[in-house]
Design a protein around this ligand. Structure first.
Ligand SMILES: [Zn+2]
Length: 448
């Protein structure tokens, strides 16, 4: 451990906690200990917090008070996670209908909450509130997972993002955290080489980014771009990591990949050093895996999350609409945290423009995240130079938004594409029940 690591852990983090009124240092200390608890002790901790959460939701959140009364339930009926099945699911639609007026807790002051919007793995952005406490605890869960890959606070890391870092506060935080922020909005040859140059020059020990982006970067590394820079590890997040991508990234960057999963209302899952499994940060929440409404002990199921820390807007039995494969066994690393074999999926794809730009979903997800006029979107590529963007409007949609959105998207994807913007009533699901936000005609090649 270097002096910089020591100062970051012992001085910088505790001082930032005091300044920002959070307790990540304390949470991290707790999580380092609790990861070795037995499964039974972890469940006991969850049940205790669940009882407190249910009482809070019943007393302070109108939506849950009504729901409990409608279902003839009292807080005393939910004693442990085995009673959770009595409570109906919370869905994205219910959040949209009830947030903030009926889902925000009345006793949590606005100063203690953070407005969040998820990028929406299904292409539909979602707005919600997070208490500062739960935000800090979630960051601590991520940090613990990073320690599993050898990271120590203070180590330099690269964060790859499709958006530029506009906010000065974030830039200051990056300096403090030793984070090198690399903006990669386009995946053209020139841009990828420029970003790779920034990464190599930074000599960062760790890189964090989306699998699709890192996969493209890795292919360029093989093409002989620059000297051999070898990071300690790479952390992937934001979309499913496919085995072929992992293989490619590990082979070209010459370091291991640690994948992770997170979504609103559910616990973070991080890959452990055995690379055999994802551990669920079960101190954060209860993760149910269900098939036809019944718990799955081993195998594929729908992930349903109960967030035990977010008192600002309780997520109780939230259907995140992601699918995972759960494992019953214990892990060779000895941690008691529950296991997932794989996160099966969220539907992502890449579009390729005639000039060779690779367009990923995430730019669009973030772009529409704060656009209150758009409920849902889908971008279809029929020909290399022909795309159609379908928008489902909300009541706040205004006619002039259509032109502005068209121009913004063209600025992003390039003028060599003809884009039609259509305002539609609905975007139908696929035959398998999935909503696809990016649809590329299979005849359009995406080779670099
Ligand atoms: Zn493990």
């Amino acid at each position: 451990m270097s002096l910089y690591n020591w100062v970051s852990e012992r001085v910088v983090l505790p001082a930032s906690d005091v300044l920002l009124k959070r307790s990540i240092a304390r949470d991290l200390k707790f999580l380092f200990d609790s990861q070795w608890w037995s499964r039974a002790d972890l469940e006991e901790y969850q049940d205790e917090r669940l009882r407190e959460l249910i009482r809070h939701a019943f007393d302070n959140v109108p939506y849950y008070n009504d729901l409990f009364k409608r279902c003839k339930l009292t807080p005393g009926d939910i004693r442990s996670q085995r009673d959770l099945h009595k409570i109906p699911f919370l869905t994205k639609d219910l959040i949209r209908q009830n947030f903030p007026h009926r889902l925000a807790a009345r006793n949590i002051p606005a100063a203690q909450t953070i407005a969040k919007a998820s990028s929406g793995s299904t292409g539909e952005p979602l707005r919600y509130a997070l208490s500062k406490d739960s935000y800090g605890f979630k960051i601590a869960c991520f940090l613990r997972g990073w320690y599993w890959m050898g990271y120590r606070l203070g180590d330099r890391y690269v964060k790859l993002s499709v958006h530029s870092r506009g906010n000065t506060e974030k830039k200051i935080q990056d300096r403090i955290n030793n984070c090198v922020y690399v903006n990669s909005p386009y995946l053209t040859n020139e841009n990828v080489h420029d970003c790779l140059g920034q990464i190599i020059r930074s000599r960062a020990k760790f890189i964090r980014g989306y699998p699709t982006v890192l996969d493209v970067f890795a292919r360029h590394l093989e093409n002989g771009s620059g000297e051999r820079y070898v990071p300690v590890a790479i952390s992937t997040n934001g979309e499913p990591l496919y085995p072929v991508q992992r293989k490619n990234i590990e082979e070209r960057f010459l370091c291991p990949v640690f994948d992770s999963y997170s979504a609103e209302g559910v616990s973070v899952m991080m890959e452990c050093p055995t690379h055999q499994t994802y551990h669920v940060a079960s101190e954060y929440g209860i993760t149910e895996v269900l098939k036809d409404g019944e718990p799955v002990e081993e195998g594929v199921g729908e992930i349903v999350g109960t967030d035990l820390h977010n008192y600002a807007m309780p997520f109780i039995r939230y259907q995140v609409k992601d699918i995972g494969t759960v494992k019953k066994k214990t892990c060779a690393c000895g941690r008691g945290l529950p296991l997932f074999e794989r996160i099966e999926g969220r539907d992502t794809d890449i579009l390729v423009t005639p000039s060779g730009k690779h367009i990923t979903f995430y730019f669009f997800a973030v772009y529409f995240m704060w656009n209150e006029g758009v409920e849902m979107f889908q971008l279809r590529q029929h020909q290399p130079d022909q795309m159609t963007l379908k928008l489902v409007p909300t009541a706040l949609f205004k006619k002039q938004m259509k032109d502005r959105i068209h121009d913004d998207i063209i600025r992003h994807i390039g003028e060599d594409v003809h884009l039609d913007v259509e305002v539609v009533d609905d975007i139908p699901l696929t035959s398998s029940g999935k909503r696809r936000f990016f649809v590329r005609d299979p005849n359009i090649s995406m080779t670099l």
